[in-house]
Ligand binder design. Structure first.
Ligand SMILES: Cc1cc2nc3c(=O)[nH]c(=O)nc-3n(C[C@H](O)[C@H](O)[C@H](O)COP(=O)(O)O)c2cc1C
Length: 489
């Protein structure tokens, strides 16, 4: 095998090698080794990787390192081709960062890692380096890397810094601007967005000092994912403090690095979702089987296209959609108040399964069985019609869409609703449990839906889709409609 001694090179070659190594984020020895290997193999692959990345702002990560060599990268990830600097700090959840690297790389993301000294007590730089296929940076005072102030390049030659897990200690350093090791120095020197995934014992997370630090970091514009509630790695411990799962972090990274167009930017949308609960007495209520899955998915799809979304949601047990302002309500009357308070809006999608009736007089005490008198009678009164109210409102949203949950004569009923409520479109779905849509139980509570879109132009039948697909398709249709009806001065 060919060899060279850097010390014996002439000054100008040494300088060229130094510059090339600096540009590629490698030590001079590494750079020389790669050049020699390339010469020996006559292989253009690695050089192509180096050359390609030289032309960008990223440190060199060989092209082959972006995805797994044996499998093609998973297509369509919005952050594919981007560079993430992953900082691993010293928590039990450090093992999850290995999976995070794998998941990112199989989606075509370049990953470069920094580990704190404590992190190396939990996982080794060897495993991290084997997964990133790159050098792992651990030392601020590395004589080779710091010949040209490598920590500053590390801090800036990436698209996003992700700290996972983020320990209470590293968060405290970040919040106070400390820079006494490579990780904290990079975080202080960076001009890139930073996402942190805190992970710690619930007592540490709820400590006032950590709360203060988290608040400071949020104010400083640091993005957070988690921590989540649940079982901790320490036996017998549970609460808020678990690191978000690698795939949740991947998804967030995709969103933060998503440069796809946002055609609904500047548009305001109100979406309602879930059931309403109509009180009978302090412990009982009238409700329905709506899960909120369809409404929440529509709110998420509109937000993903850049709309400012206010989601007015009845009681549901699913997570809030990202990037939406969520207003929680119980009853139809409350929902109506909150929807009207959110006006004006360009778009309103009324998905909530609002109870048609409520109990006429809410009992202030729990209603009692009275022996021998038979069951009590519940007197009902009509709830306000939120969709109709918007259709006739002086601040009527530019595009008003209602949902019609029907169990029979679906098109006929939806058509009547379109007229009566002065809506632009009605999305009609068959909510009978035996509709054959999705799993047993049908649309209400399920993950699938089959809808028809009724407008004054006619009826459009959509195939059975997941609720997420229905939401994305509806959001795209909204975009097309707004683009077609917006007058450009
Ligand atoms: C077994 C063990 C597990 C730990 N787990 C965590 C943890 O999950 N989160 C955390 O914030 N600190 C945890 N610590 C404490 C950190 O390792 C400690 O604060 C360390 O100084 C963090 O250094 P770093 O922020 O530079 O990585 C743990 C310590 C030990 C010994």
């Amino acid at each position: 095998m060919a060899s060279i001694t850097i010390r014996n090179l002439d000054e100008s070659t040494k300088q060229a090698l130094r510059e090339r190594a600096a540009q590629n984020g490698r030590s001079m020895e590494e750079e020389a080794r790669l050049l020699l290997a390339e010469l020996e193999q006559g292989s253009p692959g690695l050089t192509a990787g180096i050359v390609e990345h030289k032309s960008t702002d990223y440190p060199a990560i060989p092209v082959a390192a972006a995805g797994s060599s044996s499998e093609p990268p998973i297509a369509g990830f919005p952050a594919a081709g981007k560079c993430v600097l992953l900082i691993i700090s010293g928590g039990i959840a450090a093992y999850k960062s290995l999976d995070l690297i794998r998941r990112l790389r199989e989606r075509g993301v370049h990953v470069r890692a920094v580990m704190t000294a404590a992190a190396q007590q939990f996982i080794t730089p060897l495993s991290v380096g084997a997964l990133t296929a790159d050098k792992v940076f651990t030392d601020l005072f590395d004589r080779e890397d710091e010949q040209d102030v490598g920590h500053i390049r590390l801090a800036r030659n990436c698209d996003l810094i992700v700290v996972a897990p983020a320990t209470a200690d590293l968060m405290a350093k970040m919040a106070n601007g400390l820079a006494n090791d490579l990780a904290s120095t990079v975080l202080l020197a960076t001009n890139r967005p930073v996402l942190i995934a805190p992970a710690m014992n619930p007592a540490m997370w709820s400590h006032r000092a950590t709360r203060r630090n988290a608040e400071t970091l949020r104010r400083d514009g640091i993005h957070f994912i988690g921590p989540m509630a649940g079982e901790m790695a320490e036996s017998g411990e549970a609460g808020e403090g678990r690191m978000a799962e690698p795939m949740q972090i991947v998804e967030r990274i995709g969103e933060l690095l998503d440069t796809r167009p946002k055609p609904l930017r500047g548009k305001r949308a109100i979406v309602t979702s879930g059931p309403t609960h109509e009180p009978i007495d302090p412990v009982r209520y009238i409700a329905n089987r709506s899960s909120g899955k369809q409404g929440h998915a529509i709110a998420a799809a509109l937000a993903e296209l850049g709309a400012e979304v206010i989601l007015v949601s009845g009681p549901v047990s699913i997570p809030d959609p990202r990037d939406c302002e969520v207003v929680r309500v119980e009853s139809a009357r409350e929902m109506q108040r909150m929807v009207e308070a959110a006006l004006p809006a360009d778009i309103a999608v009324m998905v909530a399964a609002v109870a048609d009736w409520r109990s006429k007089g809410e009992a202030t005490e729990k209603m009692k069985k009275e022996g021998g008198k038979g069951p009590s009678h519940l007197e009902l009164t009509e709830n306000p019609d939120i969709l109709k109210g918007l259709g006739h409102h002086k601040q009527r949203p530019g595009l008003l869409i209602g949902f019609a949950a029907e169990t029979e004569k679906i098109v006929e009923h939806a058509q009547a609703k379109l007229e009566r409520k002065k809506a632009d479109w009605i999305v009609a779905n068959d909510v009978s449990p035996d509709s054959g849509i999705g799993d047993a139980g049908g649309v209400m509570g399920g993950d699938r839906n089959r809808v028809r879109i009724l407008s004054r132009d006619g009826v459009e039948e959509w195939p059975e889709l997941t609720k997420k697909q229905v939401a994305e398709r509806l959001a795209a249709r909204i975009c097309d409609h707004l683009a077609a009806t917006t007058t450009i001065a």
